[in-house]
Design a protein around this ligand. Structure first.
Ligand code: ADP
Length: 466
């Protein structure tokens, strides 16, 4: 519709200019032409001798189809050239005389007016101006040219324009029909597919074949769909995992609470054991909820790093000491092999949690010798932290999975307190810092989890305490 409207407007403008104003345009053009020639002649008069001027005047008259005459104030012709053959000047009738009179009376330098030739009834343009004459009284330059009637031209143009207008409106209509279909078709299709997606059908494929923008829109929507479907799967997994992880301790809580009520209420020893289980299961629940909260905070991107400078060596001692108290009672041996003191710059709370989670896993999964090795290795561009256990190791194909949320190997022991979130938190924190991390594992021998506190960007401030 807009395209057709545009075509119509273009033609309306064309009609107005060509048909209604053509005569006016034509006259203005003629006046400009004549006044330009007059300017050239008046200029030349003072410069050229009479022969050259006469030649210039003749040439101008022939070139522009004019009658040109220079008369003195007594209306006597000084130079003249007649091309039209039917001029109003050149002493014919009284018009030259009247004309000269008018120039003399006029306040401006030049005058022109339209006049009807009484013999032919055609319109003619009369132009006149003064020429300064140093040797005597001023001369007058008179120019006369025919104004060709534009009526017939207008009729021709009208017919031509009529046909072109009709043709172009039809063509514009057809092109617009084609273009609008081409633009609308992929969008209609995409809209329809988007409605399917909104209903939760993640198998919808957006197809924008047609043109660049529709393709881009389809690509963007396909991408959005992929992301949405990922979120959807994640949400389902999360609910499945969380409900599973919550159900087990809750069932146990209920079972032991019922046992206390029905059986062991009066038996202090049994009651104590059952209460202990209830407390342990509550801890497990609290751990799960805390891990979930931590991870969701980091992953939502709302948590910013709160970097500070600290000595990694004393931090490692502090963490390992904290473990020692509990784990040594259960027969675990945690060996800290540390390098010299070294100041690093990172989020101390989060990195502490990473080390804590890794040591916790090492204790949980280490072999029967219950040995865990924690190493701090200073490197020129950072500090390498390694946590090694002597457990069963991790199969090659599982290594990729263990850092995923809620991944827990099927054969983990029930006594291993874990949520399947520990390594996800490790990964999220280290990625947030931009630190490298990984695991080297040999089946049957054990695993070494490592990460590197990269302080290459911190070297100018680096302080070695010893
Ligand atoms: P959780 O330990 O709570 O199950 P994690 O995210 O910390 O959850 O670990 C995911 C899985 O990776 C564990 O279930 C276990 O199978 C494996 N894993 C982690 N650390 C070790 C380790 N030191 N040795 C062997 N397997 C490990």
């Amino acid at each position: 519709m807009y395209f057709v409207l545009f075509t119509v407007i273009v033609f309306v403008l064309l009609w107005i200019c060509q048909i209604f104003f053509l005569e006016h345009f034509y006259e203005r053009m003629k006046v400009n032409d004549v006044s330009e020639v007059a300017g050239e002649l008046t200029d030349a008069y003072t410069r050229l001798d009479s022969e050259d001027f006469s030649e210039l005047l003749s040439n101008a008259a022939v070139k522009h189809d004019l009658c040109v005459e220079v008369v003195d104030s007594n209306n006597r012709s000084v130079y003249s050239k007649e091309v039209l053959g039917d001029c109003l000047i050149h002493g014919r009738g009284s018009s030259t005389y009247i004309f000269v009179e008018r120039i003399m009376r006029s306040s401006s330098d030049e005058i022109y007016y339209k006049i009807k030739n009484p013999r032919t009834n055609y319109d003619m343009l009369l132009y006149g101006c003064k020429i300064e004459n140093d040797s005597g009284p001023d001369y007058f330059l008179l120019i006369n040219t025919a104004l060709v009637p534009v009526g017939s031209t207008v009729t021709i143009i009208k017919r031509q324009l009529g046909i072109i207008t009709a043709l172009l409106i039809i063509v514009a209509f057809l092109i617009s029909l084609y273009v609008s279909n081409r633009i609308a078709e992929p969008i209609t299709k995409i809209t329809h597919d988007a409605a399917n997606l909104a209903k939760g059908d993640f198998s919808t494929r957006f197809d924008g074949t047609g043109y660049l923008e529709s393709n881009q829109l389809a690509d963007a929507l396909n991408y959005a769909e992929k992301e949405l479907s990922k979120v959807d799967t994640m949400q389902r997994d999360l609910i499945a995992n969380v409900s599973h992880d919550l159900r087990t301790p809750l069932t146990m809580l209920k079972a032991y609470a019922e046992m206390i009520r029905d059986l062991s209420g009066d038996n202090p020893q049994k009651r104590g054991e059952h209460l202990e289980i209830i407390i342990n299961e509550t801890d497990r629940l609290a751990l799960l909820v805390n891990d979930m909260l931590d991870l969701s905070k980091i992953e939502s991107g709302k948590q910013k790093l709160n970097c500070s400078e600290f000595d990694i060596n004393s931090k490692m001692h502090e963490i390992v000491d904290r473990f020692k108290g509990v784990s040594e009672k259960m027969g675990y041996n945690i060996h800290l092999i540390s390098d010299s003191e070294r100041v690093v710059c990172c989020d101390v709370v989060k990195i502490e949690q990473v080390i804590y989670n890794l040591i916790n896993n090492a204790i949980n999964y280490t072999g029967d010798d219950k040995q865990v090795f924690v190493r701090q290795i200073n490197k020129p561009d950072g500090v390498l932290i390694e946590i090694e256990d002597t457990g069963d190791g991790i199969e090659e194909d599982k290594i990729k999975l263990i850092f995923d949320k809620y991944y827990r190997s099927e054969n983990h022991k029930r006594e291993v307190v874990g949520t399947g979130l520990g390594l996800s938190i490790v990964k999220a924190v280290l990625k947030l810092h931009g630190f490298d991390y990984g695991v080297n594992s040999v089946l049957g021998k054990g695993s070494t989890f490592w990460f590197k506190i990269d302080d290459s960007h911190f070297t100018d401030k680096q302080v070695h305490l010893n």
